[in-house]
Ligand binder design. Structure first.
Ligand code: ADP
Ligand code: CDP
Length: 215
């Protein structure tokens, strides 16, 4: 069975870029579990499901067919056959995803799907609960952090027309929801190594993770 690298941390800490770099370097697959929560949220919004009603979200969440492509050079995500890679990054989905992700039935369904994709391993998996819930037996667990300012600066450099202040405020809101929800909140897994990326370049972080894998 292949290696599993579990990569957790808050948004803008560098999970996606670092995970893809590590997967590429080691010839592993790559799974972005945040994209699956975003895909579920995109579908709920399109269906007009009342996101303020957790029972309604729970009742509908088995329906969408969510398929993740795991090539680190070109990850893909489809919902009911529709390529949603772009729309799931929109402000409407970003603003709603943490509410949908707090519904236990949504988490149970997506964790099942994630474990199916992970299969026998050979994969870098990034998210919020990979080391704690999805794959606690992963031999390498990384918890990425960075200062709120650095995280907001990185994200606002990616999103056209957004200020660092607005990003920082939106991220803080999502951080709070993600780390205080009752089911599987964001937290550092037992056995995880914390890497503060604030003062590091992307290459330096990738190198640090590769060193952990080699240990
Ligand atoms: P996350 O998946 O945790 O939200 P991303 O991988 O999307 O984070 O990173 C956000 C941005 O930060 C990317 O554009 C990435 O290139 C940039 N970045 C700058 N410095 C670093 C670093 N030291 N480590 C990781 N990413 C960095
Ligand atoms: O893009 P960003 O790094 O900000 O976030 P993401 O990784 O795309 O995840 C979006 C949201 O999905 C998070 O804010 C969480 O609410 C949720 N999520 C989760 O609950 N569990 C995961 N394993 C991954 C994401």
């Amino acid at each position: 069975t292949g290696l599993v690298v579990a990569m957790d941390g808050p948004s803008g800490s560098g999970k996606s870029s670092v995970s893809r770099g590590v997967a590429r370097a080691l010839g592993l697959r790559y799974l972005d579990t945040g994209a699956m929560y975003r895909a579920m949220t995109w579908w709920m919004l399109r269906e007009g499901v009342d996101l303020g009603d957790p029972a309604a979200v729970a009742a509908r969440c088995p329906a969408p067919v969510i398929v993740s492509g795991t090539d680190p050079d070109g990850p893909t995500i489809h919902v009911d056959g529709v390529d949603v890679a772009e729309p799931i990054r929109g402000a409407d989905v970003t603003g709603a995803v943490s509410v949908v992700a707090a519904v236990p039935e949504v988490r149970a369904r997506l964790v099942d799907l994630q474990r199916e994709v992970i299969g026998e391993g050979g994969i870098v998996v990034e998210g919020r609960d990979i080391g704690t819930v999805v794959c606690p037996e992963a031999p390498v667990k990384v918890y990425l952090t960075a200062s709120p300012e650095a995280r907001a600066r990185r994200r606002s450099a990616e999103v056209a027309g957004s200020t660092v202040e607005a990003q920082q405020e939106a991220m803080a809101k999502r951080d709070t929801l993600d780390s205080t929800r009752k089911t599987d909140p964001l937290s550092m897994a037992a056995g995880a190594v914390e890497l503060d990326t604030t003062e590091l370049t992307l290459d330096e972080v990738v190198t640090a993770v590769l060193r952990l894998v080699a240990e």
